[in-house]
Write a protein that binds this ligand. Structure first.
Ligand code: IVH
Length: 672
């Protein structure tokens, strides 16, 4: 049934495609077409084994490459494991030897330069070129026969009177260095796009739709093995296969060696190749070491996508110099500002590099680096490129300065004593840190909002529904239910868990704020010592350092965190939303505790002014409109102006809204 439906869909869609693309006479509406197409895609996802090469899905996509035919490799095209040192190379074969129960020195090895191009499999049937395919994902590649046929080093007929029935020759297509230079010179003259390296040039050329252009470019092919074959082939060694391929008319990889697997043999071979590298006509990015005996290869087999009998020892980072154009500062998830070098783009270690990390300000100082200098870039394997040293001082040098405020949220940037890192103190309000903060805040060890997991936080954050931890408390049923995969019931569960989490402990709340260096244990000690939130928020570095086990860095981080008004405003909102820590408040009796006092409210508060006033009055205070010497306390909200200044001049006590709420709202109701 399904096969039939699938076949019908393919036939139908192909017919419509033909009418649309070839005859220019559409038969159905776009919407109808799309719905059939979607059905086809669903079938193919559910039954991948059904997927047919004739399926129109195989050519869906925007890029022109999708128009090439897909080719499935009967024998998978594998990749190679990488080694970046002599030790890694040796231990790769030591492991193989162990598995084969042999001494590493007894392994028959074969080395070949690792050509820097792209893998191609060329199929010959009864000695004639049949097709050529790219590696693709190893299983399915693309038919690039029309382009490969233009490569003169690829025989169209094998030089063998009795060729095998089927033979897939596998190797690397690459552009020699000289051809690459010529191509880029031409591109510069014509003002057209330049390729960044020979590998990209080769790949770009192979993806040409028109073989006429490919033929104009000097591509080459060198085999390194075989894929599927049928017929009279009886080889004992990999090197015999390579010799056979040479006899069939293929080019040979230069500088191959047969040797045994001792540590010193690897070292000698590597040294020799590293010296040859720059003198070779083509780019090579390492050396491939293979166990030569095919029977041993078979015993070892594969792991993941690479053989256990071959490894690529990659050449180390190439050192290339380029001018430092500027330095930007990136704010990480934890608020640390990392200087990033913006470079004049250069080709190094196989890619074009235009950014590199500078780690921190100490590193910049160590390098003696200024904007305008010429710097050396290192890159090894997949490692992020880094600036290694200054090779020439710039003519117009500009010092690299850490910004005073965060490039993302404008909060103050501070350096923690004794540490190299500078941090944005915006904590809760900095969007670069927000998602991580929210995740931390809701986590089990913090507010323990059980139904608010990482995935959901990401969804809510990406949808703009929560920007800070305070926004968790303004979420509504409709907000959550609107998100994918959340029905009303699960939305209600989420809201319920938020509600349940509101009653917590002061130490837990403090941990949840995610202040650098303040973890669960230190938060407990601090909470135990200060007892109330306002006492913590108002404490000085010296006072905090009185707390056992709390050092100067933690103390400074705490003070900097609470000095940032944006953080305080967020906490105020959270407390106003009902987050409380009832058991830790030690006030004996709440009723009339402010009797006879005169209070003033100023600035913007997150709870209605009337509510705050009523609260103060219920505790016995009078709420006045202006500040005088008689005022006992001023509650200063956001953007408090002249009243705050006056209070400060008169030396009247001032507390912010968070402290006010924590002190008076966040307390157990008096039963009496
Ligand atoms: S052997 C089963 N030999 O490197 C092992 N690969 O990183 C098949 N390459 O996909 C690969 N020169 O495209 C082998 N002499 C060489 C090579 C070589 C270049 C490429 C090849 C492969 C990639 C793996």
């Amino acid at each position: 049934m399904i096969e039939q439906r699938y076949a019908d869909l393919i036939r139908q869609i192909n017919q419509w495609d033909h009418a649309y693309y070839v005859l220019d006479a559409p038969l159905i509406s776009d919407a109808e077409y799309d719905s059939y197409f979607r059905e086809l895609l669903v079938l193919e996802t559910e039954y991948p084994e059904l997927v047919s090469l004739a399926s129109p899905s195989q050519r869906v996509g925007a890029s022109p490459i999708e128009d090439f035919q897909k080719i499935s490799h009967q024998v998978k095209m594998l990749s190679l494991a990488n080694a970046f040192s002599l030790e890694e190379t040796y231990s790769f074969f030591e492991k193989a030897a162990k598995e084969l129960d042999r001494a590493p020195e007894s392994l028959p090895l074969f080395s070949e330069p690792k050509l820097d191009g792209l893998a191609i499999s060329i199929r010959y049937e009864r000695g004639l070129f049949c097709y050529a395919a790219t590696r693709g994902d190893g299983q399915i590649g693309e038919d690039v026969s029309h382009n490969i046929k233009t490569i003169r080093s690829v025989p169209l007929k094998l030089a063998d009177e009795h060729p095998p029935d089927i033979l897939e020759v596998r190797g690397e297509v690459f552009m020699p260095k000289a051809a690459f230079e010529k191509l880029n010179q031409l591109a510069a003259q014509n003002d057209s796009k330049r390729f960044v390296n020979p590998r990209n040039a080769a790949a770009g050329t192979i993806r040409q739709m028109n073989p006429k252009f490919t033929a104009e470019r000097d591509l080459q092919f060198i085999p390194y093995g075989i894929g599927e074959y049928q017929g009279l082939l009886d080889f004992k060694r990999h090197s015999e296969i390579l010799s056979y391929l040479t006899s069939l008319g293929f080019k040979q990889n230069p500088h191959t060696y047969a040797f045994a697997g001792s540590f010193s043999a690897f070292a000698d071979n590597y040294q020799q190749m590293a010296e040859l590298r720059d003198h070779l006509p083509m780019e090579i990015d390492g050396i491939v070491y293979k166990i030569d005996e095919l029977a041993l290869q078979t015993t070892l087999g594969f792991i993941a996508r690479s053989p256990k009998w071959a490894v690529a020892r990659k050449f180390p980072a190439q050192h290339i110099s380029t001018p430092l154009l500027a330095v930007d500062f990136q704010v990480g998830r934890t608020g640390v500002l990392t200087p990033v070098a913006r470079l004049e783009p250069v080709f190094v270690g196989g890619v074009t590099v235009s950014n590199a990390t500078l780690h921190n300000m100490d590193e910049i100082e160590r390098l003696g680096l200024c904007i305008g200098d010429v710097v050396e870039i290192h890159r090894a394997g997949d490692v992020i490129p880094k600036v290694a040293k200054v090779t020439a001082l710039g003519l117009d040098r500009k010092a690299i300065i850490m910004p005073l405020s965060c490039p993302v949220c404008s909060s103050a940037v501070k350096r923690t004593e004794g540490q190299a890192a500078y941090r944005c103190t915006g904590g809760l309000s900095c969007s670069a840190q927000a998602a991580e903060h929210i995740r931390h805040y809701a986590s089990r060890k913090c507010m323990n909002i059980v139904n608010l997991g990482t995935k959901l936080i990401e969804q809510l954050y990406n949808a703009g529904m929560i920007k800070t931890i305070a926004d968790i408390y303004t979420l509504t049923l409709t907000d959550i239910a609107e998100l994918e995969r959340h029905g009303e019931k699960s939305a209600q569960n989420i809201l319920d868990s938020i509600e349940i989490s509101k009653t917590t402990k002061l130490s837990t709340f403090l941990t949840a704020l995610g202040i650098p260096e303040i973890g669960e244990e230190s938060a407990k000690t601090i909470a135990k010592h200060f007892k109330t939130y306002p006492a913590i928020a108002e404490a000085s570095v010296e006072e905090i350092m009185q707390v056992p086990d709390i050092g100067p860095i933690m103390a400074k981080n705490l003070v900097e965190f609470f000095n940032e008004t944006k953080n305080r405003a967020i906490i105020a909102k959270i407390i106003a939303a009902g987050v409380n820590w009832p058991n830790e408040i030690t006030t004996p009796t709440q009723a009339q505790r402010l009797a006879g006092q005169s209070w003033v409210l100023t600035g913007t508060l997150s709870i209605p002014r009337q509510e705050a006033k009523a609260l103060l009055e219920s505790l016995g205070a009078k709420v006045a409109g202006s500040v005088s010497k008689k005022t006992d306390c001023v509650v200063a909200g956001i953007d408090a102006g002249s009243k705050l200044t006056k209070a400060q001049t008169l030396g009247v006590k001032v507390i912010d809204e968070a402290a006010f709420l924590a002190e008076f709202v966040n307390v157990p109701k008096d039963d009496s």
